[in-house]
Design a protein around this ligand. Structure first.
Ligand code: PLP
Ligand code: FVT
Length: 431
């Protein structure tokens, strides 16, 4: 594969954009080499600036559950754009959209729209602090909730990939209010709550972790965490930025039967446009300005073009059989990848929930931060490049989830598995 145009663009980009990218995970720091620049996407396929084609298993890091340039979303965006790109004033569509979100996630009784997942999580913990009058928060090792100051403590995703567990620029006085516990360990939460529960405003968690690669919650873990939160008056905040509208229409909370106090959303919710949301119990959300005293705002919040895209996306996902089909395709990929790794005698652990999937290069079970860190990242890097070369675009880090879209059908599954056969074999037993 020739990447001459990508390389030339990357050289230019590095002179004017830090690291040449507008978000760290896009650089290939976790796998080596230079990032690929894309020209266009259609359905399951991406085309780069050199004309190479790839089956896309990144999906813009989650939003593109319907694939690239999905016609009803494109039409909705064009239609909304013709009527004006922003008003900075209320619109009918945002009311309908809020009603649709609340109907889809019953624990969300009121919702505020923002423009990204980071804005949603930052706002959610402010509201939790304002509501409870407590200053500390609890997060879980390896979970990532965007780039807000309070979350850059033992965070996953690019923070982990780049080895920056404590980012300079986050004051110690802020970081010390973020307590952390291992994922999948209720005993640890019990101990922390027993000692400091009265100071903790909320526990925020990725119900299925995507940002250490996929980590699956143990049976009863999330329910147990919810119960412990209730017992200690700690608000239970589900960060469904990745899982919302992806693991099922009502997100992880529907899948696992949870009733969080607050929920954060983005990615699929915006159908590929900049849109996020936070919402939950009416008594808590009533604290948000101007209804209440907790301030949060945004010039482009509820942007009509983003709302049109989100609405078209959620409506498409309501079609019967959507999540069953997505699960079936994802299972074919999972089983095929396991079979190809086995045939090549490469030890892997594949974690999958619905359309979120990670191939960890370790033969051991992976269920928390330390077990994920046992994966052979150098080997992942070689696998990543072998797959890229065969026309499969994976997330460029061992500690990220691959996302399957509804645009992926049997031909794409066959393409990915043929690529994986070659890629696993190229690693060999010892390599
Ligand atoms: C679970 C989770 N929460 C929050 C965020 C932040 O969202 P955004 O990148 O839209 O700010 C992300 C991804 O970045 C995420 O995966
Ligand atoms: N796991 C990473 C993401 O979900 C977001 C992508 C980004 O940070 O650019």
């Amino acid at each position: 594969m020739n990447h001459a145009h990508s390389q030339a663009l990357f050289a230019r980009a590095q002179a004017r954009i830090p690291g040449g990218v507008n978000s760290p995970v896009r650089a290939f720091r976790g796998v080596g080499g230079d990032p690929v620049f894309f020209r266009e996407g259609a359905g399951a396929w991406l085309t780069d600036v050199d004309g190479n084609r790839y089956v896309d298993l990144v999906g813009s890091w989650g939003p593109l559950i319907l694939g690239h340039a999905y016609a009803p979303i494109v039409d909705a965006v064009i239609d909304a754009t013709r009527r004006g790109t922003s008003f900075g004033a209320p619109t009918p569509a945002e009311v309908e959209f809020a009603e649709l979100i609340c109907a889809t996630m019953p624990a969300v009784e009121m919702v505020r729209l923002v423009s990204s997942g980071t804005e949603a999580t930052v706002a959610a913990i402010r509201v939790a602090r304002g509501f409870t009058g407590r200053d500390s928060i609890l997060k879980f090792e390896g979970c990532f909730h965007g780039a807000g100051d309070p979350f850059l403590v033992k965070a996953g995703s690019g923070v982990e990939t780049l080895g920056l567990p404590d980012s300079p620029g986050v004051p110690q006085s802020v970081a010390k209010l973020t307590l952390t516990a291992p994922f999948n360990d209720l005993g640890a939460v019990e101990r922390i709550f027993a000692e400091k529960g009265k100071d903790i405003a909320c526990a925020i968690i990725e119900p299925v972790v995507g940002n250490m690669g996929v980590l699956v919650p143990k049976p009863g873990y999330l329910e147990g965490l919810q119960a412990l939160c209730q017992k200690h008056g700690v608000l239970f905040v589900l960060d469904e930025v990745m899982t919302g509208f992806r693991l099922s229409r009502g997100g992880a909370q529907e899948l696992y039967g949870l009733k969080p106090d607050l929920t954060t959303m983005a990615k699929v919710l915006g159908g590929g446009m900049p849109l996020g949301a936070y919402g939950g119990r009416k008594d808590i959300m009533s604290k948000v300005a101007p209804a209440g005293p907790v301030y949060q705002s945004g010039t482009l919040s509820g942007n009509p073009v983003a709302v049109a895209a989100g609405m078209a996306c959620l409506k498409a996902l309501a079609a019967p059989g959507t999540y069953k089909r997505l699960d079936e395709v994802s299972r074919m990929l999972e089983e095929g990848l396991i079979a190809e790794a086995k045939a090549a005698e490469v030890p892997v652990t594949v974690n999958r929930v619905g359309s979120m999937l990670t191939v960890f290069f370790t033969g051991e079970p992976v269920y928390d931060y330390p077990s994920a860190k046992k994966a052979d990242t150098a080997r992942f890097g070689r696998f990543f490049h072998a797959m890229l070369n065969e026309g499969v675009y994976l997330p460029p880090s061992q500690f990220e989830a691959a996302f399957v879209s509804l645009a992926i059908g049997e031909p794409e599954v066959a393409h990915v598995l043929a690529a994986a056969r070659k890629a696993f074999r190229s690693l060999g037993k010892a390599g």
